[in-house]
Design a binder for this molecule. Structure first.
Ligand code: PLP
Length: 404
């Protein structure tokens, strides 16, 4: 069982006030707050270890390299990858997907080939594929969704043909909260000999993830959404694919030998990590992963499930409430509109009550078009949120509704 009061003590920012009101932070889908141990890991390493990794014979460089490579192993263990060669550090989900579109695109895609995404994708899992489409003539196919915000799995099954090369879908929608049946998606795609990339930005902080159990070919996520620092993320790929994919960026670290005539590339995972890596960030990410592991991803999942159930029940009782995303399998994200109140007005007025929510299209404009709206208000929970905070949110929404 999660002791939420004790956990909240680990997050200094949660006890601050905003406009004289206690902060109610419900914007965890955008980024999560950081426990003290993560911030300490950053300052401690800068103060006592800092040196560039991999290239130094001196003590500090070796120490920093050890921390960086230990972090890679921590990530490997966290998602149960087979080898740490399969763990590439990036800046985040967005860079990981761009790496994927460029490198997988170079290796395996040609004009007329098709990539399947879904209606509920974040722009970062749409635009890199469109850019590849412009470069190489690759086409996007889109899995439709129903009104509850669930993928049309029958239609998905019918979308495969001899041109299909890749399926790239979100594990959990950042707007609807839908938890997609990724295991079934992967099984179906593999039965057609098609690889699958999972955008884990909104799943990795909320549930146990085992890439081997899922049999995902690629899995990507951001450190800052799982209580780690900004600027660090992960690109996981099965070694059999990574071996055949070209580097994404050129520079230091990713080479074996360079001459003006010819360059040979470094082995995995360094082939994909050009330049000085964010070794401070990787270590702090490992600290974050160890922190959530100590609490228990299963416990986090169960706690947040109950929190979301409670919030859905309370929010559905509000007059004129429209909730977008009522899937049977739903994560801790609630997008809504109340009557004709503009999402920006709702967000701004809630902010004055100390409640931080996100408003707008949430980088998912095609999904907004699907529902015929411009944007929503989004409350998204982490394991440090409480039922009392949900009560404050519900009261806040009621108050705003009565003002209009
Ligand atoms: N994919 C999903 C589903 C997201 O929710 C987000 C961020 O909100 C991203 C990708 C992009 O993540 P980042 O901005 O950390 O690269």
């Amino acid at each position: 069982m999660i002791d939420v009061n004790k956990i909240r003590e680990d997050f200094p920012i949660l006890s601050r006030t905003v406009y004289g009101k206690p902060l109610v932070y419900l914007d965890n889908g955008a980024t999560t707050q950081k426990p003290r141990c993560v911030v300490d890991a950053i300052t401690d390493e800068y103060y006592s270890v800092n040196a560039n990794v991999h290239r130094g014979v001196h003590f500090l460089s070796q120490k920093a390299t050890e921390l960086h490579e230990a972090a890679r192993e921590t990530v490997r263990r966290f998602i149960n990858a087979e080898s740490s060669n399969e763990i590439i550090f990036t800046r985040g989900t967005t860079e990981s997907i761009n790496l994927m579109a460029f490198s997988f695109g170079e290796a395996f895609l040609k004009e007329g080939d098709e990539v399947i995404v879904s209606t509920m994708e974040h722009h970062s899992n749409i635009v890199p594929w469109q850019m590849l489409g412009i470069r190489k003539g690759v086409k996007l196919r889109v899995i439709p969704i129903n009104d509850a915000g669930e993928l049309d799995m029958e239609e998905f099954g019918r979308m495969f043909n001899e041109k299909t090369r890749l399926v790239s879908v979100a594990h959990v929608s950042n707007v609807l909260g839908t938890i997609n049946p990724v295991k079934e998606i992967i099984r179906t795609a593999h039965s057609h000999d098609v690889s699958v990339m999972i955008d884990g930005a909104q799943s990795i902080p909320h549930m146990p993830v085992d890439v081997r159990e899922l049999d995902a070919d690629f899995y990507v996520f951001s450190g800052h959404k799982i209580y780690g620092p900004t600027g660090i993320g992960v690109f996981y790929g099965k070694e059999k694919w990574l071996d055949r994919m070209p580097p994404y960026q050129g520079g230091g670290e990713m080479i074996q030998n360079v001459s003006f005539e010819k360059t040979t590339y470094n082995e995995l995972p360094y082939k994909f990590e050009a330049g000085t890596p964010d070794y401070i960030g990787s270590n702090a990410l490992a600290v974050a992963l160890n922190y959530v592991s100590a609490i228990g991803m299963k416990e986090i999942e169960a706690y947040e499930h109950e929190l979301t159930r409670y919030a859905m029940e309370k929010m559905q009782q509000i007059e004129d409430m429209r909730i977008f995303g009522t899937a049977r399998d739903k994560g801790s994200v609630i997008s809504f509109l109340v009557g004709n109140i503009h999402h920006l007005d709702m967000g701004t007025l809630l902010d004055r009550l100390g409640i931080a929510v996100r408003t707008g299209h949430h980088c998912a404009e095609p999904l907004m078009h699907r529902f015929g709206i411009e944007g929503t208000v989004r409350a998204s929970f982490g394991f440090y949120n409480t039922k009392e905070e949900i009560d404050i949110l519900v009261k806040g929404i009621e108050r705003v509704r009565q003002m209009f």
